[in-house]
Design a protein around this ligand. Structure first.
Ligand code: PRX
Length: 651
């Protein structure tokens, strides 16, 4: 009896184009060599990557020390992340990068700034001295609560320069959420701004910091970046303006020589239960992982303008807006605002104007663009693009095909990258010059990553049956713990099987050994004893030409145990109603089988999402079950959506 039944069948295969493979950082030959080495001896593979891609002040003595569930990578090695992201691009054969753009930034109102590697280095050194001046010492935590402005990257790099772990709290979180995170990390300094721009208007941040600080006695200083110029209260003795502190700061600051296992950052992520977990990442292993994967998967070249649309407040932004990209000496593009301001074509207009070559975004964004209509991307010249990426959730094959056709003009490889806050860097992904892709599959584990599909007992599940995704060997970017809670670390990730990491996702392998992620285990429904991934049903629904987006949850049902409830957003010009519900059910029956046919279909013109774009299935589950109150909504993007869904039409 398989653990999770996989019913989705996708047959299309896309081979890497010859001219792409020929120029790829990792072509077929390199990829095959690395895959072989990584399979046989992951430590040797990662040691080779650490030598090739990262600069060390002192070499390590032991590649991996594994005392389950605690790993140490590159034991005895010393390095500095800001040195790797900045200084080394100003020296020796790379010295020409001094005047290369490190960050190209565009604000939502249309203002822009470019920081060369030379300029960014200077700003980082100055801000590192500001932090020292505020009394921040090696090992002390700094909280960052900022909009997407270059100062956020500057502050991160400055923290790494002096060995002060940062804890970035996404600007969309509430004052309470910020307070809890500040307290949990024991942050001494908070860096924020007066606000930022979103949907054409300024929003405030500093007031939330003031509110949070009322309950956070650990905070001694607050540094405020002036972005919007709106009136901002400053508390004497605690609050200081960024620009005033920077005015007098020295640009001379040596990077601290830090142990490979020195804490680099804490990033909070929600679990299925309890308070957010402070995921801890350290220096040497994390940097090796993100630098190597960025080079191989995004195929970064000197001439690229790389754009990852994630907010830096999430792991994707940490690893692939800032660290992995700058460590490679590449140009990272940053955008402050929403994709639909001033019009639905903002992203495409920017890709055209800045000649972006690599574009990394999330399926939820892709589905939104599909809904907005092809005319928006088609109205711009996107021919600069040469590679596309997807991250954050399973991408349904129809969205993949649209991305391939409409954005990539059928010539860009698509890298569907599976990973987590906890994994630090990408784990399962195509290598764009070497691996055939199938729409909806993350394809294969990255070389040096050992994955498996296991059942409850830890036994391999035979393809093509589904089971639990597992990582069977430690990897350099892995979390080192949950801040302040070793027991929870053990319990959440290492208690299901012995010495094997449990990511909490369901997946299956096809006969070609490709991985297909089926979503979180807690999104898996048990219908009449058959376990079905919500994502597969959603994917089937969204493959109907009249549907823009869908979210599927289970609700208790007397007869079948769980009944499938589908929240469906029709495309703009389509009428919601029984006729469409009928079509949707038929589509699911056709794509998967009658067993997956939704019992309830509720039409709605929007789905409740977090600010990072994840559908809040927990809320939908409560609504589907007819519960009166719903739980924590603090990360909900748009509150009006909930009310509308409650009133939504049932077919
Ligand atoms: O369920 C998987 C899904 O996102 C989860 C991790 O979320 P987070 O820690 O917020 O990090 C997101 C960005 C790395 C995973 O457990 N997920 C992420 N990427 C994919 C994915 N599911 C399917 N395919 C992906 N490419």
């Amino acid at each position: 009896m398989p653990d999770i039944e996989s019913l989705l069948k996708e047959k299309r295969v896309f081979k890497p184009a010859k001219d792409f493979s020929r120029q790829a950082n990792w072509n077929k030959k390199t990829a095959a060599e690395y895959r072989k080495l990584g399979e046989k001896n992951p430590e040797r593979f990662w040691a080779k990557m650490a030598k090739e891609n990262v600069s060390w002040f002192t070499p390590w003595k032991k590649t991996l020390q594994w005392k389950p569930p605690f790993a140490k990578w590159f034991v005895g090695g010393k390095l500095n992340v800001s040195y790797n992201c900045l200084d080394r691009h100003l020296e020796g054969e790379n010295a020409w990068r001094r005047n290369k753009a490190a960050i190209i930034w565009e604000g939502e109102p249309g203002d822009s700034r470019t920081l060369t590697y030379g300029q960014l280095h200077r700003e980082v050194c100055k801000f590192a001295n500001v932090l020292k001046g505020l009394g921040v010492k090696k090992g002390e935590r700094v909280a960052l609560y900022m909009p997407m402005v270059p100062e956020l990257a500057i502050a991160m790099l400055a923290c790494t320069r002096i060995g002060a772990p940062h804890s970035i709290v996404f600007g969309g979180f509430s004052a309470e959420a910020l307070r809890d995170r500040i307290n949990d990390a024991g942050a001494k300094v908070v860096i924020t701004s007066d606000g930022g721009f979103r949907r054409g208007a300024p929003f405030e941040l500093k007031t939330a910091v003031d509110e949070a600080c009322k309950g956070a006695a650990c905070v001694e200083h607050v540094v405020v970046v002036k972005r919007t110029g709106e009136k901002t209260a400053m508390k004497a003795g605690r609050d200081q303006w960024w620009h005033e502190l920077m005015d007098g700061a020295s640009a001379d600051c040596k990077p601290a020589k830090l142990d490979a296992e020195h804490p680099l950052f804490i990033l909070y992520t929600s679990g299925t239960t309890g308070s957010p977990k402070g995921i801890l990442h350290t220096t040497g292993g994390y940097l090796t992982h993100v630098t190597t994967t960025a080079k191989a998967i995004f195929d970064l070249k000197e001439t690229d303008t790389y754009w990852c649309t994630a907010d830096i407040g999430w792991i994707t932004g940490h690893s692939y807006v800032v660290y992995g990209i700058l460590a490679n000496g590449a140009t990272t593009f940053m955008y402050e605002g929403v994709p639909t301001h001033p019009g639905p074509d903002r992203f495409w207009e920017m890709i055209d104007r800045w000649k972006v070559t690599i574009f990394y975004t999330a399926p939820t964004a892709i589905r939104t663009f599909i809904r907005l209509g092809d005319e928006h991307p088609k109205g711009h010249d996107l021919s600069s693009l040469r590679l596309l990426g997807s991250v954050g959730e399973p991408i349904n094959p129809e969205a993949w095909m649209w991305y391939h056709r409409v954005i990539g003009n059928k010539k860009c490889p698509i890298v569907d990258t599976w990973w987590q806050t906890e994994t630090g860097g990408i784990m399962i992904t195509p290598l764009p010059g070497a691996v055939d892709t199938k729409p909806g599959s993350g394809t294969l584990p990255f070389p040096g990553i050992h994955a498996a599909i296991l059942d409850e007992e830890g036994k391999d599940v035979k393809p093509p049956n589904g089971g639990f995704l597992a990582i069977t060997h430690p990897w350099p970017g892995m979390l080192r713990g949950i801040w302040g809670d070793t027991e929870r670390y053990r319990e959440t990730y290492w208690s299901k099987w012995k010495n094997i990491y449990f990511p909490g996702d369901g997946a299956h392998k096809d006969k070609g050994a490709y991985y297909w992620i089926m979503g979180r285990i807690d999104d898996v429904m048990n219908i009449s004893g058959h376990r079905i991934g919500t994502m597969e049903v959603e994917s089937a629904i969204v493959s109907h030409p009249d549907v823009a987006e869908a979210a599927v949850v289970g609700r208790p049902d007397e007869i079948t145990g769980t009944a499938i409830v589908a929240f469906v957003t029709p495309k703009g010009n389509v009428d919601a109603g029984p006729a469409l519900a009928d079509k949707v059910r038929k589509q699911v029956t056709r794509e998967i089988g009658a067993i997956a046919k939704p019992k309830d279909i509720r039409f709605t013109d929007a789905l409740p999402k977090t600010r990072s774009g994840k559908i809040m299935r927990r809320l939908l589950r409560d609504i589907a079950a007819g519960k009166e109150g719903v739980g924590d909504t603090s990360t909900l993007e748009d509150f009006s959506v909930l009310a509308k869904i409650r009133e939504s039409d049932e077919d």
